[in-house]
Design a protein around this ligand. Sequence first.
Ligand code: AMP
Length: 219
Amino acid sequence: MPTAVRVIMLGRQGAGKGTQCRLLSEHFGAPHISTGEMLRSAIRQDTVVGRAVKKVLDEGNLVEDDLMVSLVQGRIGETDARVGGYILDGFPRTVGQATAFDHITEVRPVDIVVNLEVKRELVLSRLSARRTCEQCDANYISDGNDPKPWKCAKCGGLVHQRDDDTPEAISHRLDLYDSLTSPLIDYYMSKSRLVVVDGLGTTEEVFERLTSAVKAAQA
Ligand code: AMP
């Protein structure tokens, strides 16, 4: 039976976390848990949680810690994550979330926390060109000549620009990353669980670095 792998992926918005987490998920057979995608899906389905968080997401703010922790706690308790582990993308985003998560996972702690490093100047241009499938969350890059309507090659859903990928929201989200999420790097460094991976290069090059880092952490 394959061993479970538990990974936390940190990195600025636009660093390529989504793409790499999907690949890691396929490779290691652990579910990709994206908290942003969980929230967008709740908004699409107009659930109680979705209605409560829509404005927060549109403005590029952070959803409160308690709600995020309980959402993630519920998700990692599902069978696929209990058996296969998880590739956690977008959580934790604050030291409060990280502390609560350590508590929850005391018995089965994460194997590795990766900081996928890409400088702010670079992710800014990536995010402005990013287009996302509103159904499956796959990402595409706009070259300014977008097909209309733009159908997702993976699921046929509509590809659009996320409401929080406007210049104002992007800049606000990156500020929040610097002030609230980047302290997590020191938090996990002090616990000797952090590995920094260079996020520059082709998808394949970055994936190779990530798989090596995860395997080394499992060994
Ligand atoms: P993402 O897809 O990771 O960029 O997340 C999109 C949005 O979802 C963020 O800008 C936040 O509004 C919200 N969100 C996702 N994960 C978290 C989290 N761990 N804590 C607070 N808000 C979150």
